[in-house]
Write a protein that binds this ligand. Structure first.
Ligand SMILES: Cc1cc2nc3c(=O)[nH]c(=O)nc-3n(C[C@H](O)[C@H](O)[C@H](O)COP(=O)(O)OP(=O)(O)OC[C@H]3O[C@@H](n4cnc5c(N)ncnc54)[C@H](O)[C@@H]3O)c2cc1C
Length: 530
């Protein structure tokens, strides 16, 4: 069963390795175990919605869909500080159910929150109190593959389909979507599309925006059908109204996506680069030279240390370290580069050789398949560490941006400085680390992770988190990088949208909202302020 107040399945634990805990204590100071209030300890108010046969009103169904998976959500659930809960949860099974529920909610003067897998890290599924009752519309019963056009490589799915079931249905027919966000276990196709998601293999398969070919969105103003034309010059591309709409313009009920034949082989390998700057140049060259890799991820020296601590590479780690002492003396600057190729067996080997040659010209040292295998093993398990860290009194959160190659290094430096110094006035310490991922011809995404000690109470803990996040976002925007590359806006990033889009841009988004959702019933308090 899925954990209601943290990541993952209740019976799966990923304990923090002893060395990693020692490392945190050394970096951040000792911490005390944090609270975990039981579900029964959280008051759920009496529902304000009228009766509807398709709506569940029981407190547990409402509580488990009251928050997403951001650090603030975890803190609220664990401290028992959940002050807004949906008044009811509906489980539609088709587009016409959704149209009927929207009509009913309009009659009840309710707000409606579309809910996919509930893995939003920006407060995207959290009710924002505006005096109106809240209906959460969960698409978890809409998971079917509707059509697979093998000739055209097009698959049409109900939008509530979650990662593992989507891939299982495609794999049974010899295809894959190739979209693997770290939240793959629970996040849904609809959620991916409306948040502009990017998977770990975006270099080979593209972002969800490249995969999304069309579909159906039910809006309070009517139905928007988007046929999957391979290309069209008939005016502005309406798919872009759906991409990034975050449940504020309509409910995506079906999505047509481009799929690819399953690769014969997929191999991931590792290399060490002498510093982040050298690594960035290697990554840029690999991407701009179009070496056909499916994945590339370059960790800075801080993340490399943590990756080696967590990977538990045993004998391999020791041997690699001894060998590298002579070939790369500045141990503290070592940066781990992971990359992979997918396709026909003979092509995969050639691609990896081509990439290794580029890495060597940047003084990189190949580590072979062991780090790649270790990454593959832990790629979807790492989020469990969020629970383990909480339990020993530490918080962890992430934020991300994207910018042009010429601005990557200054942006990296500015954000790291802001993060590391954010709590300095309160004598608090932050351990920050970053990686480059999701590369494009003109630039790439930078993904930052920060660790800090939890404070004594909810308010104090949230204040620390907010201070670090705000300082980091100010640094991002100060460098003219984007507010977010793939996490989206939700409620948490709303206040930065004027700086991101400008007044004219925001007013365009507001007029789209006013056309598709004239009464503002869909997901208020997210994406754009009224
Ligand atoms: C541990 C972890 C790792 C993550 N890794 C990644 C990653 O690698 N890449 C990445 O891109 N993101 C990642 N995320 C963020 C998150 O998984 C994505 O934003 C994801 O796309 C959300 O999908 P979901 O189905 O869970 O959406 P939800 O959380 O349910 O909803 C997100 C937003 O979309 C709206 N929405 C959902 N479904 C629909 C629909 N059918 N129609 C209209 N609106 C809808 C909601 O109202 C909300 O505003 C991660 C999150 C976590 C917790």
């Amino acid at each position: 069963m899925r954990r209601w107040n943290g990541w993952g399945e209740e019976d799966v634990v990923y304990p923090l390795p002893k060395e990693a805990l020692g490392f945190l204590v050394a970096e951040l100071g000792e911490s005390a175990p944090a609270p975990s209030v039981p579900a029964e300890g959280i008051p759920v108010p009496f529902p304000r919605l009228p009766d509807h046969p398709g709506v569940a009103y029981d407190p547990k169904a409402r509580l488990v869909r009251a928050r997403g998976q951001s650090f603030a959500d975890l803190a609220a659930l664990r401290f028992g500080e959940v002050h807004s809960v949906p008044d009811g949860v509906a489980f539609p099974v088709c587009s016409s159910d959704i149209a009927e529920l929207l009509e009913w909610a309009r009659g009840a003067d309710a707000q409606v929150i579309p809910y996919g897998g509930g893995t939003s890290v920006t407060g995207g599924v959290n009710p924002v109190e505006n005096g109106k009752p809240v209906l959460t519309l969960s698409l978890e019963r809409m998971q079917a593959l509707l059509e697979l056009d093998q000739k055209s490589h097009l698959a049409s799915f109900e939008a509530g389909v979650q990662g593992p079931w989507l891939e299982a249905q495609l794999r049974a027919n010899g295809f894959t979507l190739g979209h693997f966000p770290q939240s793959f276990a629970y996040s849904s196709l609809g959620g991916w599309v409306v948040t502009h998601s990017s998977g770990q293999e975006s270099l080979g398969y593209g972002r969800i925006a490249d995969m999304f070919q069309g579909g159906r969105m039910i809006t309070p103003a009517g139905r928007l059908d988007l046929p999957p034309h391979p290309a069209s010059a008939a005016g502005a591309e309406l798919k872009h109204v759906v991409l990034g709409s975050e449940g504020c313009f309509g409910v995506l009920t079906e999505a047509v996506v481009r799929v690819r034949p399953l690769p014969e082989e997929q191999t991931f390998v590792g290399a060490l680069l002498p510093g982040f700057e050298a690594g960035l140049e290697a990554a840029r060259e690999l991407i701009q030279a179009r070496v056909p890799l499916c994945m590339l991820r370059l960790s800075d020296a801080f993340e490399t240390r943590v990756s080696f601590l967590l990977a538990n590479l045993g004998r391999f780690g020791g041997l690699a370290n001894r060998a590298l002492r002579f070939r790369m003396p500045k141990g503290e600057q070592r940066c781990l580069l992971l990359y992979g190729a997918a396709g026909r067996r003979s092509d995969v080997a050639k691609v990896l050789q081509e990439a290794a040659a580029v890495v060597r010209t940047h003084k990189g040292i190949g580590l072979g398949r062991v780090p790649g295998k270790s990454w593959q093993k832990s790629r979807f398990r790492l989020p469990y560490l969020r629970n383990a860290l909480w339990e020993v009194g530490y918080g962890v959160d992430t934020l991300e941006t994207a910018t042009a190659y010429s601005k990557l290094l200054p942006t990296y430096r500015a954000v790291m400085k802001a993060m590391q110094g954010a709590l300095a006035t309160d004598n608090g310490r932050v351990y920050a680390m970053a990686h480059l991922s999701h590369g494009y011809e003109t630039g790439a995404s930078l993904y930052f992770t920060f660790f800090f000690r939890l404070a004594d109470g909810f308010e104090e803990t949230i204040a620390c988190w907010r201070t670090i996040k705000h300082a980091s976002i100010q640094a991002i925007l100060g460098q003219k990088a984007t507010l977010t590359h793939h996490h989206g806006v939700g409620a948490d990033h709303l206040s930065y949208m004027t700086e991101e889009k400008g007044e004219a841009g925001l007013s365009l988004l507001r007029s789209l909202k006013a056309t598709l959702d004239p009464t503002g019933m869909l997901n208020p308090g997210k994406l754009i302020a009224r």
